[in-house]
Write a protein that binds this ligand. Structure first.
Ligand SMILES: *[C@@H]1O[C@H](CO)[C@@H](O)[C@H](O)[C@H]1NC(C)=O
Ligand SMILES: *[C@@H]1O[C@H](CO)[C@@H](O)[C@H](O)[C@H]1NC(C)=O
Ligand SMILES: *[C@@H]1O[C@H](CO)[C@@H](O)[C@H](O)[C@H]1NC(C)=O
Length: 154
């Protein structure tokens, strides 16, 4: 009985370890104060229709930087005046941040798909002057692990 339980616990541990795949980590983009940063998101292979850029900071709600249909992305009012710009050429979406500041340091995620099937495509941790908290990757991890968990259940 106890051995069975131990085996069960071990199995649970193995599952947890497998879920925590290091390839799910978000890459780091470093920039110096005042530089222009271009983040790109390749949405190839995802259903056409909607596209979003999000900014995520620990302790704050996720902010939508820009969003809309593939052909017409609209910047959120809050980001219009802060040097942010969106561009897209085919499936390649770019988020351009000019004169980057400490306030821009965050995790940026892009999402693409249709109204019924939106998926996170890519994410990056933007570090201005090389400072970054490891918490950001952990946050994304949670989202990603959840989606892969539902795939595994099939
Ligand atoms: C991690 O994920 C990659 C690609 O999704 C896969 O090839 C690899 O086998 C995985 N590694 C583990 C330890 O699950
Ligand atoms: C975008 O992704 C597709 C499919 O993975 C690939 O064929 C294409 O070369 C990529 N484009 C760029 C510019 O990386
Ligand atoms: C860049 O941003 C700083 C404050 O973050 C501001 O003082 C400066 O004027 C800006 N430079 C340009 C070229 O917009």
């Amino acid at each position: 009985m106890v051995r069975g339980l131990a085996a069960f616990i071990l199995l649970q541990t193995i599952i947890v370890i497998q879920t925590l795949n290091v390839t799910d980590n978000i890459p780091l983009t470093e920039a110096g104060l005042g530089q222009t940063v271009t983040l790109t998101c390749n949405a190839s292979g995802h259903e056409n229709g909607l596209f979003y850029w999000y900014k995520m900071n620990y302790g704050y709600l996720v902010q939508t930087v820009a969003g809309g249909s593939f052909g017409k992305l609209i910047l959120d009012k809050h980001f219009e005046k802060s040097g942010f710009q969106v561009k897209n050429v085919g499936d390649i979406h770019s988020l351009i941040i000019r004169n980057v500041s400490k306030e821009d340091e965050a995790t940026y995620l892009c999402q693409a798909g249709s109204a019924y099937k939106l998926k996170f495509v890519y994410g990056t941790n933007l570090a201005v002057n090389g400072k970054i908290s490891s918490f950001w990757s952990f946050c994304f991890f949670g989202i990603h692990a959840q989606s892969s968990a539902s795939t595994t259940a099939l």
